[in-house]
Write a protein that binds this ligand. Sequence first.
Ligand code: SF4
Ligand code: SF4
Length: 458
Amino acid sequence: MKKLHGVKAPHWKNTAELAAVRIPVPPEVVVPMSMHIGAPAKPVVKAGDPVKVGQLIAEAGGFVSAPIHSGVSGKVKKIDDVLLSNGQRGTAVIIETDGEQSVYEGVAPVPVSSKEELIEAVKASGLVGLGGAGFPASVKLMVKDGVKIDYLLVNGAECEPYITSDTRTMLDDAEAVIGGAELVQKYLNIPQTVFGIEDNKKECIRKLEELSRDKSGMSVQALPAMYPQGGEKVLIYNVTGREVPEGKLPADAGCIVMNCTSLAALYKYIRTGMPLVEKCITVDGSAVVNPQNVIAPIGTPIKYLFEFCGGFQKDPEKILYGGPMMGIAVPDTEVPVLKGTNAVLAFDHADAILPEPTACIRCGNCVSHCPMRLAPLEIERAYTLKKPEFLEREKVGLCMECGCCAFGCPAKRPLVHVMKLSKLMLRDYQNAKKLEEEKKAAKAQKAAAENGKEEKKE
Ligand code: SF4
Ligand code: SF4
């Protein structure tokens, strides 16, 4: 089977050997209501309310949304508009902690005996995709009637440089990863579970092989260490040989993909009733004194993570949520840990500086590196010429913003930036086209109705 393209990005997994350490509870947490794809959650607490660990503080704001629970005990200070990691403003529940970490009385094991109960439990747990995308996990499990799922693919690739939080989950919480996979496999009646892990994580492969050996329909597949091996569509293709059609979901290719840390969190919720309230985060980058993996309550401002890791040895010029390939730069260190935060990286000037782009030399590297078989140079041309119809033809919608094209570009073209802007241009064009078609259809309907009236009169 032909493997999808990608790049041999350096790994720099400096923290892979370091077990995660829990940081002291911060004096205050800032919990944004928008930590997932879909509608923001709606607060169910108000200023002055006492809260405990595991207590619901916001309910799901719609079908595609997720509830939010407190990761600390203390008192709600206020509900306020705050600067979010994406540079926009949004509502957050701000909690003053008491350092006690008292657990909410309602936290108790969740009995599950059917697919419906499992989905309800996942919904109530507030679990969202922990690989970074933030898609509510319950929605992923709501497979339409008649759609047959052949594979549960457990994403343990962790192909982004620096990040090792999934590696630590697979090493330190392997039983929970297996337990979560068993629950999904059983209640969704999926014949096969495959753990897809890059072959540079030998200890993770060994551990999961050992624990899954006697489990029916479970296997581990070592995948070449290549970026973006953990991209959903790449993983599906490289493990099963199936392609997800443009605009479709993995379920349309008979697959459900879940991150290994998501499955561990699901298992723990069913066994203990403790929802998703804390995260393991890799803290690394050239500006950090002691890179390591830490565990912190969701909502912890990231300055406390850096402080715990010895602070900065050089002024950080760029701070990223996530890895250097797909991470996003954040405005300051006041922004909090979100459900999907798996790494915070701080880079000094030398590592943060962006090279000056030069003219495209049409070498084709971007095409040969693109895992989705796109032609980034043609997309950039269509974008520059403002030709959204060409963007449609070039299938820019398939771009997963992985950065392989920019990584391999000798001219240092800002291709990912252009891909993002091109997708927005295409979306506006398609929306305008749809609106135009609707107007035309309404006009034709009106004309037909008027003709009918005229004919009746005659
Ligand atoms: S890799 Fe860069 S220089 Fe080469 S064709 Fe693509 S955009 Fe042009
Ligand atoms: S075009 Fe998109 S999918 Fe292809 S390499 Fe570039 S960022 Fe990745």
